[in-house]
Design a protein around this ligand. Structure first.
Ligand code: 5RP
Length: 213
């Protein structure tokens, strides 16, 4: 099966986890776009969505799905989002679409995180996909130097500004043997807003197409 078919199947299969009258946490990306399209078909069964990006907000609103503020709705039962890499422990690299900070916030505030991917995202060891890190703009060079000391090669995603007004460094050349430790360590660098490593809060369910892991 090709990649886009697997993404579409994963997005459509995730609808099974949606409970009536609930508010759904919605991620960002091309796989999530299929989920939003499927959510539109049952929009009268839900109260609305909390969105992780301006991109998803626009798509949700174009379908007439209400977009709600996380502060106003409290903890969510379900968050559905894609990933750039997923290991056998459901730990993820995310942020290819630069939405990692809001994605991480919603994942942390949700009971069940359903991650929707195609099979190309499955890896044994995280780190082949460059690890996105959101940084405060004035701290870009400082954070880059700190990462270089840890044997990563940071590359500024020049021209990209996140929805929070920050910048992205993509860190190449990492073999992430201890995802939890690296996430904690990188979070300590002054100027880092968030790290696209989802190890402390991994996915609960991973759908590869319509296959559940
Ligand atoms: C956005 C993300 C996406 O979930 C990730 O990049 C996967 O995207 P796609 O579904 O388009 O392959 O983390 O910040």
């Amino acid at each position: 099966m090709n990649t886009s078919n697997e993404k579409r199947l994963a997005g459509e299969t995730a609808i099974r986890y949606v409970e009536d009258d609930s508010v759904i946490g919605v991620g960002t990306g091309s796989t999530v776009a299929y989920f939003i399209n499927a959510l539109a078909d049952i929009k009268n069964r839900i109260q609305g969505a909390v969105s992780s990006s301006e991109q998803s907000t626009q798509q949700l609103k174009s379908h007439g799905i209400k977009v709600l503020d996380l502060n106003a709705v409290g903890p969510l039962s379900l968050y559905v989002d894609g990933a750039d890499e997923c290991d056998p422990h459901k730990r993820l690299i995310k942020g290819g679409g630069a939405a990692l900070t809001r994605e991480k916030i919603i994942a942390a505030a949700s009971g069940t995180f359903v991650c929707i991917i195609d099979s190309s995202k499955q890896v044994d060891l995280l780190g082949k996909f460059p690890l996105p890190i959101e940084v405060i703009p004035m701290a870009r060079s400082h954070v880059a130097r700190e990462i270089s000391k840890r044997r990563g090669q940071p590359v500024w995603r020049d021209g990209v500004v996140t929805d929070n007004g920050n910048w992205i460094l993509d860190v190449h050349g990492l073999s992430i043997i201890d995802p939890l430790g690296l996430e904690a360590e990188l979070n300590q660098i002054v100027g880092v807003v968030s790290v696209g490593l989802f190890a402390k809060r991994p996915a609960d369910v991973v759908l590869v197409g319509d296959r559940t892991l």
